[in-house]
Design a protein around this ligand. Structure first.
Ligand SMILES: Nc1ncnc2c1ncn2[C@@H]1O[C@H](COP(=O)(O)OP(=O)(O)OP(=O)(O)O)[C@@H](O)[C@H]1O
Ligand SMILES: O=C(O)[C@@H]1CCC(=O)N(CCc2ccc(Cl)cc2)[C@H]1c1ccccc1Cl
Length: 325
């Protein structure tokens, strides 16, 4: 009864157990359990503040969404997708962890890992370009995380340096799952791939629009522009763009406006700067392939010469991040 006095909603932490069953951990957390600090940033529908748990003094990033604004902008579906996707991705160091959600009359709250290092984009802008060692390390962490996401039936659909945050150890944490596609793992594709996103009949009409969601122009895959469907390989196209951008200091497809950028993508019109390392070039050329079925699959990417020397798995996350130079 006491927690009702605090007006705190029950914070539900959902985890998917080994059998894929969602188990709910009821933890009574509410607004009053945190002291709110500086604003870390603003999104189109959200404000992210630093929050300190009053009991444990743990620091979190708390994403606050205004209900009226979400409803007005018809983004309720995205809020649920972000929560559901994060609740399925609770067991990997490369994903921003969702600890609690709660609400009050005006807002929804997502209590997330606080990523002190900010966005990978910010670090890249300050460095202009990454050297091969740093690109290999960050590329490996991002790929390891994409592998985990895909195995849990989640396609991110908007991977880009802004959505790759860095923690206090300068390790990556991927965020922004509101536009993700959650595959219905019960309806496996005939080859068991199960990577045909399903719009089940109960989806509200806006799901159609959400289904036709297009990511950020520079990283959008050609299949999303031509036949509107994203698949797991769409995230690997974006991964190819990110590897290119870390080494070149610019994304491969960038034009004066979105339409011209899309034209370059579907025409596969991009150039490597002089001096772009040959091994990295070979990897990028096997990822920036128009036909998603012909893009290098994750296991082959891991074995590519560019990642020679990388120890895949949990060891990758215990290593010290290379000094950025
Ligand atoms: N877990 C986090 N730790 C630290 N900073 C964060 C965290 N999550 C978000 N931020 C910062 O807060 C800002 C807003 O993030 P948020 O995810 O709410 O919106 P966005 O996705 O950046 O914007 P939009 O919704 O328009 O795409 C971003 O600039 C981001 O760098
Ligand atoms: O799914 C859940 O975890 C609960 C279930 C109970 C509940 O009322 N909500 C909020 C539903 C909701 C979503 C969007 C808006 Cl704009 C308003 C309410 C959900 C919720 C609570 C806090 C934070 C996010 C969400 Cl989706």
């Amino acid at each position: 009864e006491e927690w009702q006095d605090r007006g705190a909603a029950v914070g539900i932490r959902q985890e998917v157990d080994a059998n894929g069953r969602t188990v709910s951990r009821y933890i009574k957390k509410g607004v009053r359990d945190f002291s709110f600090g500086q604003t870390l940033g603003e999104g189109s529908y959200s404000t992210v503040c630093l929050g300190t748990d009053r009991q444990t003094l743990n620091e979190y990033a708390i994403k606050i969404l205004d209900k009226r604004h979400i409803i007005k902008e018809k983004k309720v579906k995205y809020v649920n997708v972000e929560k559901d996707a994060l609740n399925r991705l609770t067991d990997h160091p490369g994903i921003v962890r969702l600890y609690y959600t709660f609400q009050d009359e005006r807002s929804l709250y997502f209590v997330l890992d606080y990523c002190k290092g900010g966005e990978l984009l910010g670090v890249l802008k300050r460095m202009v370009t990454f050297d091969e060692e740093c690109t290999q390390f960050y590329g490996a962490q991002i790929l390891d995380t994409i592998d985990y996401m895909h195995k849990r039936g989640i396609i991110h659909r908007d991977l880009k340096p802004e959505n790759i945050l860095l923690d206090s150890q300068m390790h990556t944490k991927i965020t922004d799952f509101g536009t993700a596609k959650i595959l219905d793992t019960s309806k496996k594709g005939e080859d068991g791939s199960g990577d045909i996103p399903s719009l089940d009949s109960t989806d509200p009409p806006e799901q159609e629009r959400a289904g036709s969601f297009v990511g950020t122009a520079e990283y959008v895959s050609p299949e999303l522009l031509t036949d509107k469907n994203a698949c797991k390989a769409s995230d690997l196209w974006a991964f190819g763009c990110i590897i290119f951008q870390l080494l070149a200091g610019r994304p491969p497809f960038k034009a004066a406006n979105e339409y011209l950028t899309f034209q370059k993508i579907v025409a596969l019109e991009y150039e490597f700067p002089t001096g772009f390392p040959a091994v990295a070039r070979d990897l990028v050329e096997r990822l920036l392939v128009l036909d998603p079925a012909r893009r290098l699959p994750i296991e082959h990417i891991k074995n590519h010469q560019f990642f020679d020397g990388i120890t895949w798995g949990r060891g990758l996350w215990k290593q010290k991040a290379p000094r950025l130079k």
